[in-house]
Design a protein around this ligand. Sequence first.
Ligand code: MG
Length: 255
Amino acid sequence: MSVIIKTQKQIDIIREGGKILAKVLAKTAKKAQPGISTFELDKYAHDLIKAEGGIPAFLHYIPEGMDIAFPASICISVNNAIVHGIPSKNEILKAGDIVSLDLGLKHKGLFTDHAVTVAVGVVSKKDKKLIEDTKKALEVGIMAARGGNTVGDIGHAIESFVNKRYGIVRELSGHGVGVKIHEDPYIPNYGKAGKGQKLIPGMIIAIEPMLNLGSDHIISMDDGYTIKTADGKRSAHFEHTLLITEGDAEVLTII
Ligand code: MG
């Protein structure tokens, strides 16, 4: 494992990129209304990134161990899809859906990563609570991401907060980010306090809890990308890129 400690110059660029990404994702999230296709949402996010002079980091990206490139700029995962959903002209959002939007940006050569889950129109109480709790799980993880703590402290904080109320996806995790879209260390959303890689000021990481209304079991679709809950129940996902400091982490994917 090789953790990259960013230079001040890299941090400044990533902070700038994070602001752009947060702005683009917030605008895209507002467009997630009944009647729009996930293909149109992807095009909208893509065009906004281009207008900012950035590069969509997921477009044509080939993850380790894969042989097909991701065909879109944004991962859009609806309802029982957890992550890595491929936008499609045939997928039209309707009231009551919950939609996870996960977007990566390359800005001046450096990467940021950010995801939100939004309600389309009015959703059920249970789904609304799932979205709120997943967002809180991310906040709890961020609070644990202090310099001198460890990766295990982040996972432990999230797992304790969730307290078995939801299934925590275990096969997918947060990660270092910046020079590449995925760097060391892996940051699971569960773990033991005090264990794993120490968090060192200057590290930049993405924390991204994925919580399921049902079990934590997942299944992969034939498209090679989309990951869904095995039991068909709904899932939510939130992600921020943040800078490790001596004290509280600085959230970088924020307007
Ligand atoms: Mg990520």
